[in-house]
Design a protein around this ligand. Structure first.
Ligand code: F6R
Length: 609
């Protein structure tokens, strides 16, 4: 949520900042702004709307400074407007601040600063930082003033601050919101994530909570808030610029849907031994003995990632015989869940920065549980704070709606099931069967992707309807929810996911000829139940789009439309069944003229509670 970027070097800062903002726009896109120190003058330009609006506003203006900060916003305090956009400046227009996070005690700080005659010009929590630094800067130098300010601030922040009175440095600080430093040749780029850095350098430093850095053209120092020096390691990125481009697709989402065969291959490659029916996950080898002793697994995540957890729980209970619970990370952290040293907590997160999921990890560690992360973004906070984990290696996911990260999470959950299962009750033959089927998944996804035109035809038939129900059972119950999330976030239409057995307990009352149902009904152990469910919908004049296994002719006799998926092992059907639902939601959004990659009100990574 919110993207921040900063530049210091020998080039003009303004174009580099704008380019960085474009890369980070998926983190928030209701307003944007930048500040550059141009000579001795601090120049700040902000605009409500997309980064393009900011660019239009800058237009032909010649902004020639070589140091600056910028921000793309997802509003938390104060509606999107020019004045609430970042950067926020102090009263004298010397100090400029961009902030990602929430300053929890901003009201009391604001009151204190108003008493000291500071004039506020926005409704945001973030503006207090500029005035607080200004207040301390009256007596001490810029960096010390920032340190003093941070001692008073409660809450989460990724901060980048510049001052026209000390125009040779950017001060950055992190607590709870991600911040990465890119190290170039004679230049540095600060950003919320590496997508704004990859085009400049592959050398980065990930900051940890409580760290503050002073960055100059010719070097940088990192300390804690007490100004005690901290040593940092440099990481080399393996993401390339090309992987963050659309490469001929109309939208990132479509590109990412079509990347799924490759993404799944990348997430399983080198991580199993077919002949032994075994999985080998290097990232959790160190904690394998503790996993063997575990009595319970607790999976925490949010949104789509939680649905991957629900499928994973089904896999683990059926094949590894371990009691597994799944919870929303934001519920888990506030309820008194019973977990201890015999619990393995698995946190699933594409970004590795979701605030609630991170808080759940910390809570579980506190209670003595072993924490594992299934994370996509290398070096992200959850990846670093969990005791061990498995990267999904799906590559950068830019579209706000998660697709390839989800199917890679499912593939990794299947490997984890084999690993945990073979430690317990799973036979060699079962292990071999799962692995063999998993290896075939990428080519089966390709077969579904080849049907895209048929799915578009179905979307054309239904794109004017306003309400949709998504139904599924057992392994595909979470997939019904996932289909519904995709449709609502992309089209803003009303879509609800249900466990299909629940329909008769109330929801079926809604069904009529204007309420189409998407029924996920592959040929699996619950097929007959789903088949009856479809007939019940049809008996009430409901329209049914069925997701079924190729060769199922019976379903075509009752459903209005059928999208076929190849046959696979029941536990792996979700990886295939979700593909047509992603494509259906994508086409529905395009047909309804919605912004596919950046749906309204959303942001890619939710770094605030
Ligand atoms: C929906 C979607 C979200 C995320 C959720 C968790 O398409 O992308 O529901 O799955 O916000 O995000 P991560 O996985 O980054 O923790």
């Amino acid at each position: 949520m919110c993207g921040i970027v900063g530049y210091i070097g020998n080039k003009k800062a303004c174009p580099i900042l704008l380019e960085g903002l474009r890369q980070l726009e998926y983190r928030g896109y209701d307003s944007a702004g930048l500040s550059v120190i141009d000579g001795e003058r601090l120049r700040t330009i902000k605009s409500v709307g997309r980064v393009q609006e900011l660019e239009n506003k800058i237009g032909e203006r010649n902004i020639s400074g070589e140091i600056g900060i910028a921000h793309t916003r997802w509003a938390t305090h104060g509606k999107p407007s020019d004045k609430n956009s970042h950067p926020h400046n102090d009263c004298q227009n010397n100090i400029s601040v961009v902030h990602n996070g929430i300053i929890e005690n901003y009201r009391e700080l604001k009151e204190f600063l108003i008493k000291k005659k500071h004039k506020f010009s926005s409704e945001t929590d973030s503006e207090v930082v500029a005035h607080l630094v200004e207040e301390f800067n009256k007596k001490v130098d810029f960096k010390t003033a920032v340190l003093e300010a941070l001692k008073l601030i409660k809450g989460t922040y990724g901060l980048a601050i510049i001052s026209s009175r000390e125009p040779d440095k950017i001060i950055v600080a992190r607590n709870g919101s991600p911040l990465v430093l890119g190290i170039g040749k004679g230049e540095y780029i600060i950003a919320s994530d590496t997508s704004a850095i990859v085009r400049h350098t592959d050398k980065v430093i990930y900051f940890d909570d409580g760290e503050v850095a002073e960055i100059k053209k010719d070097g940088f120092t990192v300390t804690n808030i007490k100004n005690k020096s901290v040593k940092k390691d440099v990481t080399i990125l393996d993401w390339t610029v090309e992987r963050t481009q659309k490469e001929g697709f109309d939208h990132f989402m479509l590109k990412e849907i079509f990347e799924q065969p490759e993404a799944i291959l990348d997430s399983i490659r080198g991580r199993y031994i077919s002949a032994k029916g075994a999985a080998k996950l290097g990232g959790i080898e160190n904690v394998i003995a503790r996993i063997r002793e575990a009595e319970k697994i607790m999976i925490v995540a949010c949104g789509t990632a939680r649905l991957a957890g629900m499928v994973g729980a089904c896999m683990l209970e059926e094949y590894a015989g371990i009691a597994t619970e799944v919870d929303y990370a934001h519920e888990f952290r506030y309820r008194k869940s019973v977990i201890d040293e015999k619990t393995v907590l698995i946190a699933i997160s594409q970004s590795g920065e979701t605030a609630d999921t991170l808080a759940a990890v910390r809570e579980a560690k506190e209670k003595g549980a072993l924490t594992l992360g299934i994370v996509n973004v290398v070096g992200s906070t959850i990846a670093r704070e969990t005791d061990a984990g498995v990267y999904t290696h799906s590559g950068p996911e830019i579209a706000v709606a998660s697709t390839k990260a989800f199917t890679s999470q499912l593939a990794v959950m299947a490997l984890i099931t084999v690993l945990f299962g073979r430690q317990r009750q799973m036979s060699l033959v079962t292990g071999q069967r799962i692995i063999k089927e998993l290896e075939r998944i990428p080519s089966k996804i390709k077969q579904i992707l080849a049907e895209d035109k048929e799915i578009l035809k179905i979307a054309k038939k239904y794109h004017k309807y306003k309400n949709f129900a998504y139904l599924g059972r057992k392994y595909n119950h979470p997939i019904a929810f996932e289909g519904a999330i995709k449709l609502k976030e992309l089209t803003y239409l009303h879509a609800e996911g249900f466990a299909s057995g629940e329909m008769k307990h109330g929801p079926i009352a809604m069904i009529d000829e204007n309420f189409p149902c998407v029924f996920v009904a592959p040929s699996d152990s619950v097929y007959e139940k789903n088949f009856s469910g479809i007939q019940e919908i049809k008996a009430r004049k409901g329209k049914v789009i069925a997701i079924a296994t190729r060769g199922d002719k019976e379903i075509a006799k009752v459903a209005d439309d059928v999208i076929y998926i190849p046959k696979t092992l029941e536990m792996l059907t979700p990886i295939l069944a979700v593909i047509p639902l992603q494509l259906f939601a994508y086409h529905m959004a395009v047909l309804n003229k919605k912004d596919v990659d950046k749906p309204r009100n959303l942001a890619k990574s939710v770094t605030v509670e």
